[in-house]
Design a protein around this ligand. Structure first.
Ligand SMILES: Nc1ncnc2c1ncn2[C@@H]1O[C@H](COP(=O)(O)OP(=O)(O)O)[C@@H](O)[C@H]1O
Ligand SMILES: [Mg+2]
Length: 290
């Protein structure tokens, strides 16, 4: 199903900080990718917010769980873990046992590669064209497994210094150590919850100016949040109307999960959807294209 120029791809949505938008962005990205191919959304966060948000609380507390497959306990196969949703993607739910699974992975041979060998390798390019992982907010075996299994990450950020700190921790404690052993591509840095003016010294402005001007990050900013130095100058000189970059803070985005739905289903006309469409294109192309 995937178009000719697009290869199947798995991606992890990670940042070592809670509340930034990992679950919101990963789930809506998975939904948007269904317009390009067959999609599995995998919730690796023991808190199960995305799983429960989609209405799968029974699966979260269910008997069969990820540990059975990645730790070779019992007869369950990966197919037994997967649930169909109403939203065109399948779900590999989180489980209330994932914290124990994480401890057991730490003692298992090749414990960081289990999700890759038991889940992603057999499914990607076979049953699915895209697999999107929602990850925990702390470093550990589940995040390591997500990185090894996907080799691609999207990092959400929100305005404010604590999110910048979370980004730095993510790079120093998670991504750079893993990059000593495997290739990991940071496909994009995704600003989220933007709501302030950017023609004044707000936290939104600070985040966008940092990401858009530093050499290490500017090529990873999606077009919906791209503002060049010249454009910032033009905004400050009053020659350009300040744009409203995304992903914006939107009540519909937070309400949709309470209603157990991705935004595309909850509010099909919502203007934030075009941002998720660009994220889907970034994942299918393997990076930001200007
Ligand atoms: N762009 C947004 N606009 C409004 N609310 C948002 C947005 N992104 C996330 N939220 C809300 O912020 C909270 C944290 O988001 P979530 O995706 O659960 O973060 P994480 O998975 O990183 O902990 C949730 O209540 C979610 O609904
Ligand atoms: Mg989450």
């Amino acid at each position: 199903m995937v178009a000719k120029n697009e290869t199947p791809r798995a991606v992890s949505v990670v940042i070592l900080k809670g509340g930034v938008g990992k679950s919101t962005i990963s789930m809506n990205l998975a939904r948007q990718l269904t317009e390009r191919g067959r999609v599995l959304f995998a919730d690796l966060d023991p808190n199960g917010h995305a799983t429960n948000g989609l209405g799968f609380d029974e699966a979260y507390r269910g008997e069969t769980n990820l540990g059975d497959v990645v730790l070779d306990q019992g007869d369950a196969t990966v197919a037994d873990l997967i649930h169909e949703t109403e939203f065109d993607f399948d779900l590999l739910p989180s489980s209330d046992t994932l914290e124990d699974v994480e401890k057991d992975l730490a003692g298992a041979l090749q414990g960081s590669a289990r999700v890759k060998t038991k889940i992603v390798d057999p499914l990607l390019g076979e049953r699915y064209d895209y697999i999107v992982f929602d990850c925990p907010a702390y470093p550990g075996m589940l995040n390591n497994n997500a990185l090894v299994a996907t080799g691609n990450v999207l990092i959400p950020l929100e305005p404010g210094s604590s999110s910048i700190g979370g980004y730095k921790r993510t790079m120093e404690r998670l991504i750079k150590p893993a990059q000593e052993y495997i290739d990991i591509d940071v496909l994009a840095l995704v600003p989220n919850k933007l709501r302030e003016r950017i023609d004044q010294r707000t936290e939104d402005r600070e985040l966008l100016e940092n990401l858009n001007t530093a050499d290490a990050t500017q090529g990873k900013v999606p077009n919906f949040a791209r503002i060049t130095s010249d454009e910032f100058d033009a905004i400050d000189d009053g020659e350009m109307r300040p744009p409203k970059p995304g992903v914006r803070y939107s009540a519909a985005l937070s309400k949709s999960l309470k209603e157990h739905q991705p935004l595309l289903d909850y509010d099909p006309e919502n203007e934030q959807l075009e941002n998720f469409e660009e994220l889907a294109s970034i994942v299918s192309n393997g990076g930001v294209e200007r």
